[in-house]
Design a protein around this ligand. Structure first.
Ligand code: IPE
Ligand code: IPE
Ligand code: MG
Length: 233
């Protein structure tokens, strides 16, 4: 592989349709989606991706049925307690982005536990976006910034592109490559600030079927792009 992007983000979409096409309930798709994510995160670390951000549950996904929402939350607790341990052992640091308000206490405990257990790892960071919204992140960063200005912790002249990153949920570098599975070509309120020069890669494959070789394919696409950042050649 020529050049591995530093920060890859994935909108893991299509779990429900994948299950429906198999005559199964939507939850079946979420279960397989979670397995896919585990495999992909290990692969990402192996090929040298430093940051992997994944959209696991949006603030707007709370509009879904209570049954579906609680299934996804139970799955997350199970993964934090059991499966993500493996990622930790492999040197992956797990962090979360999103609003804490509205999440169940067992979910918050599980998130805190895995974050603490993997905090010393440095080979790859898995940023799980849960109860996450891109506009909400910008709103929350404005509130923090406003407080810091009032407390004289930062001056207006110091605010620039770089400083605003520090006000996001996690201080991660900009996204180099965004992948969205599952046929739709939209951002659905994902990491709007960090996406500003991301290469966009849309693939019809539903997320549970997205394999390591598909990630390699997306990186190949990225490698064929000339990134100009507004410059002229
Ligand atoms: C993505 O798959 C996972 C979540 C949003 C939690 P969907 O559940 O959106 O699956 P589709 O898009 O309905 O097929
Ligand atoms: C985006 O997918 C959110 C996640 C993948 C977690 P959605 O399925 O919620 O997005 P829309 O509704 O199709 O835009
Ligand atoms: Mg969807």
């Amino acid at each position: 592989m020529k050049k591995v992007p530093t920060h890859v983000a994935i909108i893991m979409d299509g779990n429900g349709r994948w299950a429906k096409e198999k005559g199964e309930k939507r939850s079946y798709g979420h279960k397989y989606g979670a397995k896919t994510l585990e495999t992909l995160a290990l692969h990402a670390k192996k090929i040298g991706i430093k940051y992997l951000s994944v959209y696991a549950f949006s603030t707007d996904n709370f509009k879904r049925s209570v049954e579906e929402v609680s299934f996804i939350m139970d799955l997350l607790v199970y993964y934090c307690k059991n499966r993500l341990k493996r990622l930790g052992e492999e040197g992956v640091r797990v962090v979360f982005s999103g609003r804490r308000e509205g999440l169940r206490s067992d979910v918050l405990d599980a998130m805190e536990d895995i974050t603490k257990k993997t905090s010393k790892n440095s080979s790859c960071t898995l940023n799980v976006c849960l109860n996450y919204g891109g506009q909400e992140e910008i709103i929350d960063s404005f509130i923090k910034l406003h407080n810091d200005i009032n407390n004289d912790d930062i001056k207006l002249e110091e605010i620039d592109r770089e400083t605003l990153y520090k006000y996001m949920y996690q201080n991660l570098p900009p996204i180099d490559l965004l992948i969205r599975t599952g046929k739709e070509h939209r951002l659905s309120n994902f990491m709007l600030y960090q996406m500003f020069y991301a290469e966009l890669y849309f693939v019809d494959t539903y997320f549970p079927d997205f394999k390591c070789k598909d990630l390699d394919e997306a990186i190949k696409y990225y490698n064929n792009k000339e990134r100009r950042f507004g410059n002229a050649k």
